[in-house]
Design a protein around this ligand. Structure first.
Ligand code: DX5
Ligand code: ZN
Length: 225
């Protein structure tokens, strides 16, 4: 039985009340805090830095913080986010000249490494590093903004990614990011995802506990046997 994880993206939260927003989604049943880092260089938007991650830890957040770097270069940011309390750090392979080294750096810093692939980025990026990752993040929208529409070509790509992970008995999480909501979460799970980022679908749809319960209820049920 797959253990599904929900990772609300705080990109869609009320940033004037960020600590309270994170407390609220975690109290409502969220598993991870998805933390989108955009640099106005790798993507055309500018969001959160390591100070905000450290502030959430200081505020008392204990849940895993899932840092998604949409920034380049990545190595210095990896060190800063590890110091700031990140749990998982993923980056886009195009944003590092030395992908293997950056993955190793994340682990050496005490975090769990992930690779993030854009909709048009092929799974061949995984060819020589698949056994080194704890997280594979497939983007189901082009990175840079919340509230975009889920790209359906993500589903066959997800199935292929699931096969590749299963073929090496990988325990890496398979996370999908962008445009996820009540209408498509079941199909995304059926295609092989086990971890779901949702920004707008959660933060723009209070009460959070009701929304999170509905998302979970839409997921395949445990096999009683
Ligand atoms: C997009 C970000 C996503 C985004 C998802 O570049 O990586 O995490 O916040 O937001 P929704 O769920 O609104 O598509
Ligand atoms: Zn993200």
């Amino acid at each position: 039985m797959t253990d599904y994880l929900l990772a609300p993206s705080i990109l869609a939260a009320d940033h004037a009340r960020l600590g309270a927003e994170v407390d609220a989604v975690l109290a409502a049943g969220a598993d991870w805090v998805h933390f989108d880092v955009m640099d106005n260089h790798y993507v055309p938007n500018l969001t959160l830095g390591p100070m905000v991650c450290a502030a959430l830890r200081k505020h008392g957040v204990q849940a895993p913080i899932d840092v998604h770097l949409m920034a380049e270069p990545v190595d210095e940011l990896i060190r800063m986010f590890a110091d700031a309390g990140a749990s998982l750090i993923s980056f886009h392979p195009e944003a590092s000249r030395h992908v293997d080294r950056s993955l190793q750096l994340i682990r050496d810093c005490g975090c769990r490494p992930g690779l993030a692939l854009n909709p048009a980025s092929p799974l061949s990026h995984l060819d020589h590093v698949l056994d080194q990752i704890d997280l594979l993040l497939l983007m189901s929208v082009n990175p840079g903004f919340g509230g975009q529409k889920f790209l359906p070509q993500t589903l066959p790509k997800l199935q292929q990614a699931r096969q590749r992970l299963d073929a090496i008995d990988s325990r890496a999480r398979l996370e999908v990011d962008g445009g996820i909501g009540l209408k498509n979460i079941a199909a995304i799970a059926a295609a092989g995802a086990d971890t779901f980022v949702a920004g707008s679908a959660i933060f723009k749809t209070p009460p959070y506990a009701k929304t999170i319960a509905a998302l979970r209820a839409a997921l395949p049920k445990a096999d009683p046997s």
